[in-house]
Design a protein around this ligand. Structure first.
Ligand SMILES: [Ca+2]
Ligand SMILES: [Ca+2]
Length: 399
């Protein structure tokens, strides 16, 4: 049974599982769980019933006032529609299927619009390609604003990094409140990080990178002046912002606190949530969440940052899908809470943390769907993607 496949390839196992037609729940039935606060219960409903996508893995807005939502399809396309309408079709924004190697955990995985997208037309993607297998961070452009769509010939590659295995490619890209581009990379793959890539500061694998896309001191980008390893001459990659991550599949910024949140997919036992600090070492492969991993006992824990929350595989949970701190207005009971879920179980939680106080975690939806990503619109309202069903879902208050 594919569920017994090592967690080392959890995401690919599930993508395979879908491809094989195994009937993991498609999210048709939602079981509502009372919020322990007694304030509200939530259900997941289809946000745009007129739309369907192929293997959606990311949902973002352009912050350009257009109210559009952009959906990244894993095979290499991006489509958009007006979130304020009741759309019956979406528009093709970019098609780079001919460049992308897709399948399992590979594909077009991330999209971020330049903070000045409205005037410069720039946006950034992260995708995997073959021969040789590597990840690509690239810039594209909308050449003709009137058209509203991107020019597939406009690619400028910022950087590439080799992928020793097909899994654990991270792929999330976001602009921070500092205007720099943050890129999440996986540890390269296989299981247990056999090459210890995440702790190797000479490699871009198993890291959060930070790039200045408006500078050119590295050719097509620059190193921000306060990157933690800027100026190192011992082979340390100056792009690194934080390290020791396994597969931070989805990351996000809280626009209110400016904190960077990451859902880091675990190995065989524990899924974790990290708040990413500049220069921080998040432990992998020395630790899996707050437990020693390699070595199993008496690992050197000094200086490693533990997750702000973690969960085991005890209840059918297998692979975390990092979400967003909710800053919308439709769901007042969730404001300020980090909403995230598990790809396999479809369970969704709300996590509260306060400086100096212990985190409080509440299950808010018992079951959703094959949950590949969360996303927000220009009003910070929250959506989630049903990977196998190709649908965009959202939350509603049950009572
Ligand atoms: Ca890989
Ligand atoms: Ca960790």
């Amino acid at each position: 049974m594919i569920l017994s496949i090592q967690k080392s390839i959890a995401l690919s196992a599930f993508f395979l599982l879908i491809a094989c037609g195994n009937s993991q729940d498609d999210g048709s039935g939602n079981v509502v769980t009372p919020d322990p606060s007694g304030a509200a219960t939530y259900k997941v409903t289809e946000a745009f019933p007129g739309l369907k996508f192929n293997d959606p893995v990311e949902l973002v807005n352009a912050k350009d006032g257009s109210n559009r939502l952009f959906v990244v399809e894993q095979a290499g396309t991006i489509r958009f529609f007006d979130a304020g309408q009741k759309p019956t079709s979406s528009t093709l924004f970019l098609d780079i299927k001919n460049k992308v190697k897709s399948g399992g955990e590979m594909g077009l995985l991330g999209l971020a619009f330049h903070p000045n997208f409205k005037t410069n037309g720039y946006f950034f993607v992260n995708y995997t390609r073959d021969n040789p297998r590597e990840s690509v961070v690239a810039r594209y452009k909308v050449n003709d604003p009137a058209s509203g769509v991107a020019d597939p010939q406009s690619e400028t590659i910022l950087l590439t990094y080799a992928q020793p295995y097909s899994n654990h490619n991270g792929g999330s890209v976001h602009f921070g409140p500092d205007g720099y581009l943050y890129v999440s990379t996986g540890d390269g793959g296989s299981g247990g990080d056999p090459q210890n890539n995440a702790q190797n500061l000479g490699l871009l694998l198993g890291k959060i990178l930070r790039l200045d896309v408006n500078a050119t001191d590295r050719g097509t980008y620059g190193i921000p002046a306060d990157n933690p390893f800027r100026g190192k001459t011992d082979g340390t990659r100056e792009e690194i912002y934080a390290y020791g991550l396994r597969n931070p599949w989805r990351i996000s910024f809280d626009p209110a606190t400016k904190k960077l949140w990451a859902g880091d997919v675990g190995q065989n036992a524990i899924e974790e949530i990290d708040i990413i600090e500049k220069g921080g070492n998040y432990g992998w492969r020395i630790k899996e969440a707050d437990e020693c991993f390699n070595p199993k006992n008496d690992c050197k824990e000094s200086g490693l940052i533990d997750p702000v929350w973690d969960y085991t595989h005890a209840n059918g949970d297998i692979s975390i899908t990092g979400g967003y701190v909710y800053r919308g207005s439709k769901l007042p009971g969730l404001v300020g809470k980090y909403i995230y879920g598990d790809y396999a179980s479809g369970r969704i939680w709300a996590l509260e943390t306060a400086d100096g106080a212990q985190a409080k975690n509440s299950l808010i939806v018992e079951k959703s769907s094959s949950l590949s990503a969360f996303g927000v619109d220009e009003q910070n309202e929250l959506y989630l993607l049903d990977y196998s069903g190709g649908r965009i879902m959202t939350f509603a208050i049950e009572n």
